[in-house]
Design a protein around this ligand. Structure first.
Ligand SMILES: [Ca+2]
Ligand SMILES: [Ca+2]
Ligand SMILES: [Ca+2]
Length: 255
């Protein structure tokens, strides 16, 4: 009887002690360098992966006509490029462009808040950016295979929100702010499908000016974690010391 009461009190004290302990992790910025100069990049033209500070991002390229199409994901000294399947992949179309309309998907292993993306325009082209974002898994945008089986995903059925950031390109890396308003699990970055123009200097109906860029890097923040029941070593030591004292007092009380 005494020992069972003793065990109950001890169990209660231990449970209360563990639950009340907490470690609050601060928000952290993670910089994904998506140039070929980053030796940590793995994968191939179908899919590439990068892990920084425990967060893995998986990158896939897609093209878009009337729906999403397969594309190859190129890795160059100035960053990621894309070539829609069957389109020209010669310079300058090895970039992410809106002549063939291409997108690069970033699927994160945990929720992150995107803050900025670095774009590089090889030839000083305009670099109008559009982006979708969402939670969960973006997955295959051409389910069943391109043009076969299940219908490909379209913009209208893409399970995400769309934002944009329009600016004029120069032949340098540009940092563009991303505004998702909170944590996301995936991001789909591409040129504005309607961003190209036939007017302006050097642009005509015969030679439209298309938007083109490479994606050099992506910065995200990991959200601060709430109080989680993970005991800290120093707190555990205090808890253990307290329990030893409590046990001693209880033994004296019950004996
Ligand atoms: Ca398709
Ligand atoms: Ca391209
Ligand atoms: Ca444009």
């Amino acid at each position: 009887m005494r020992s069972s009461i003793f065990r109950m009190v001890m169990a209660g004290a231990l449970a209360a002690g563990v639950v009340s302990l907490g470690a609050r992790a601060e928000a952290a910025t993670i910089a994904f360098n998506t140039t070929s100069g980053n030796a940590s990049m793995t994968g191939n033209t179908t899919q590439r992966q990068l892990t920084v500070n425990g967060v893995t991002v998986t990158m896939t390229a897609w093209g878009y006509g009337t729906d999403f199409n397969d594309a190859t994901l190129g890795l160059y000294s100035h960053g990621l490029g894309a070539c829609e399947s069957g389109s020209s992949c010669s310079d300058p179309w090895h970039q992410v462009d809106n002549k063939y309309v291409e997108w690069v998907a970033f699927q994160f292993s945990t929720s992150v808040t995107p803050s900025t993306v670095s774009l590089y325009s090889t030839d000083g082209s305009d670099t109008d950016l559009k982006y979708f974002w969402g939670t969960g898994t973006l997955g295959d945008l051409t389910p069943g295979g391109d043009g076969t089986g299940a219908a490909d995903i379209t913009y209208a059925t893409l399970p995400g929100l769309l934002g944009s950031n329009t600016h004029n390109g120069t032949a340098a890396i540009q940092t563009v702010a991303l505004t998702t308003g909170g944590p996301v699990s995936w991001l789909l970055l591409g040129t504005d499908p309607n961003g190209w123009t036939t007017t302006g200097t050097g642009c005509s109906t015969s030679y439209p000016c298309y938007d083109k860029f490479k994606i050099s890097g992506l910065n995200v923040t990991t959200p601060p974690q709430g109080d989680v029941p993970v005991p800290e070593p120093t707190s555990l030591l205090l808890l253990g010391t307290g329990l030893v004292g409590l046990a001693g007092r209880m033994r004296r009380y019950f004996s």
